[in-house]
Design a protein around this ligand. Structure first.
Ligand code: MN
Ligand code: MN
Length: 319
């Protein structure tokens, strides 16, 4: 049982529609807070979508995700895990981006996450578009390349957009491999589908040993079999989990900029997270939730439900 300072406000004590909506009703512990050094897992908002190439909006994600996260209770329904008692969890606030300058924003994000790493805090991020993962990986993988389990409709492995723009939400993992932040032989991308520009991204994956599990294979084999292979690929060395909400079928997650039909349902979206148990997860993110495309908030509720699943797995790893 951890320090009750880090326990979320219970709906038995204050109705869940009341109060200031921090992530999962946890205390707000920004870097200048006296308890910052006692946090084990920090939930961070990165309200930034300057890497978006088509339909924008994930800059509004963290606020809607925080609101939806007041629906999350303290205990996992099937595993019985009570993550807020296993670990000290807190809302670390938002990284303030510069929406007019991609390079400056990435530097700000990396600095924030370097501070977390130094303090021994594992990040669970709410983006933000998928470019967010790159500056986070620059902080987390500064001593050794990481493995990655990546849920997405897209590989995000393209070389560049618009004749030479290297930093977009379609390129973060190409850059991460080039920069030595990811070990491509320990990267698995699950759920890949949709019409294609060309096969340049898939050719890069094949040439570097990145395993792509296309949606046809995902549906044919099922969650348990696919995820057993994913666990084998990343092994027990340090691993990052990146979850693009467009992995899920747009019936269940319409609030995103680049939806692709034929995807997993909302139950499978949770099941894949439960299959991450046993991995050495050093950080995770939920990205591409775009509130303007789903003002009902349903996509955000799925997003925070996925974040809770991942948090429970991180709690199972201990401190
Ligand atoms: Mn993506
Ligand atoms: Mn995507």
């Amino acid at each position: 049982m951890t320090d009750t300072f880090f326990h979320p406000v219970s709906g038995f004590d204050l109705p869940r529609f009341a109060g200031v909506p921090t992530f999962m009703r946890l205390p707000l512990v920004q870097p200048d807070h006296p308890r910052y050094g006692d946090v084990d897992v920090g939930l961070v908002g990165v309200p930034w979508d300057s890497g978006t190439t088509n339909r924008p909006g994930p800059r509004h994600g963290p606020r809607q995700l925080r609101d939806a996260s007041t629906m999350i209770r303290a205990q996992h329904a099937t595993s019985g895990m009570r993550p807020f008692e296993a670990l000290n969890c807190a809302d670390l606030g938002d990284v303030g981006p510069n929406p007019a300058d991609i390079m400056d924003s990435m530097a700000r994000i990396t600095t924030f996450y370097e501070g977390m790493k130094k303090a021994g805090i594992r990040p669970l991020t709410a983006g933000g578009d998928h470019l967010t993962s790159l500056p986070v990986l620059r902080a987390l993988a500064n001593d050794a390349a990481l493995g990655m389990v990546h849920f997405d409709s897209h590989t995000d492995l393209f070389h560049s957009y618009f004749n030479g723009t290297m930093y977009t939400h379609g390129t973060p993992f190409r850059r991460a491999v080039e920069e030595g932040l990811l070990d491509p032989k320990r990267v698995v991308q699950i759920g890949i589908r949709g019409t294609m520009y060309d096969a340049e991204d898939r050719d890069f994956a094949a040439a570097n040993g990145i395993r792509l599990i296309l949606i046809e294979e995902f549906h044919a084999r099922g969650v348990a079999d696919v995820m057993a292979e994913a666990r084998e690929i990343v092994g027990t060395a340090p691993t990052y989990v990146s979850y693009d909400i467009d992995f899920v079928d747009p019936t269940f997650a319409p609030g995103t900029g680049t939806p692709e039909v034929g995807g997993p349902n909302s139950y499978q979206a949770l099941q894949v997270c439960r299959e991450l148990a046993g991995l050495n997860i050093v950080g995770a993110d939920m990205v591409e939730v775009s509130p303007p495309f789903d003002t009902s908030g349903g996509t955000a509720f799925l997003g925070v439900s996925i974040m809770f699943e991942i948090l429970c797995i991180m709690a199972g790893q201990g401190r």
